[in-house]
Design a protein around this ligand. Structure first.
Ligand SMILES: Cc1ncc(COP(=O)(O)O)c(C=O)c1O
Length: 307
């Protein structure tokens, strides 16, 4: 049974089309060779109606991801920003997860992609807490993955490309098979990298640490938001290379991501972190983050765009 909450319409190469008609041919280049880039964006329900969270950096990252693979989008950033607002409005959603996708379409069979057309779509669906509503409150159990993240100069981690998620799939399938919710991967040098779809934060003695962009991770927009919030709240945030064992010595750990939002980690490899539930600094940051949407946190960084 599909678990996607189908909505009514999808923005597909510039037109709104019914959900069922937003289809591609089986000989689409991206299906064979992973040649796609995408975004995940949330629209939150606010007292003034639905608002997109940090739409500009998401659209910018989509263009950056495409540029690395020399994909020329047949639409402008303004057109795609408008499409994002449109799919929330036209589907009558009060909150949503948006999925803009750019892919090499039907046209060539060989690996060389340049002659395949570049296609674009934006879908919006309702999607709850990615690692579970209970996970947001109580924290999730995770393992260190036996799979490393991609090595530098193999697949570019800074491009949010479909193909990179083969690595993510190996990490999360292994974790779930072993009875965990998620896996944390190391980079090929054995340093901490990220979860299969989330960035990683570690707290010890009141200082917040996160691995650097050189650790084979996707520099998350929620990661950036959380670093900004944490510094604003007066915490020290250090972006630095971190060995695996800091996980086991942490007072608190949490994940960030558009899908995962701010999700505490309560155990790693069956070792309890802190008191085994959401810690005080994680709670403070999480409350401030979600407060942006109910208005209890002032949107001083202009991160919300009302649709
Ligand atoms: C591999 C990976 N890392 C990190 C993130 C977090 O990025 P963001 O906060 O921009 O959603 C995501 C999710 O988008 C991801 O897929």
């Amino acid at each position: 049974m599909p678990s996607i909450n189908a909505s009514k319409v999808i923005w597909f190469n510039g037109q709104l089309v019914p959900w069922e008609q937003a289809t591609v041919h089986v000989m689409t280049h991206a299906l064979h060779y992973g040649s796609s880039v995408f975004e995940g964006i949330r629209a939150y329900a606010t007292p003034r109606g639905p608002a997109l969270f940090r739409i500009q950096p998401h659209i910018r990252r989509l263009f950056d991801s495409a540029r690395i693979y020399r994909m020329e989008l047949p639409f402008t950033a303004e057109q795609l920003t408008e499409a994002c607002g449109m799919v929330v409005r036209e589907n009558g959603l009060s909150d949503a997860y948006l999925r803009p996708l750019v892919w090499r379409g039907y046209g060539v069979l060989g690996v060389m992609p340049i002659d395949a057309p570049v296609e674009v779509m934006v879908a919006a669906v309702t999607w709850g807490a990615y690692l579970g509503a209970e996970g947001l409150e109580r924290g999730v159990d995770v393992q260190v993955s036996s799979w490393n993240r991609v090595a530098s100069n193999t697949l570019p981690a800074m491009s949010k490309a479909g193909g990179n998620y083969l690595s993510s799939q190996l990490i999360v399938m292994e974790a779930v098979r072993n009875g965990y919710v998620e896996g944390i991967a190391l980079d090929v040098n054995g340093q901490l990298s990220e979860g299969s779809g989330e960035n990683l934060f570690i707290i010890r003695d009141g200082v917040i640490y996160t691995p650097p962009a050189t650790a084979a991770l996707l520099p998350g927009i929620t990661r950036d938001a959380v670093m900004t919030i944490a510094r604003h709240l007066g915490y020290e945030v250090r972006e630095q290379a971190l060995p695996r064992e800091v996980l086991y010595l942490a007072d608190e750990i949490f994940f960030t991501g558009t899908a995962a939002e701010v999700t505490p980690v309560r155990s790693v490899d069956r070792l309890t972190i802190g008191s085994g539930t959401r810690g005080p600094i994680t709670t403070h940051i999480q409350r401030t983050f979600f407060g942006l949407f109910d208005g209890s946190t002032e949107d001083r960084w202009s991160w919300l765009t009302h649709v």
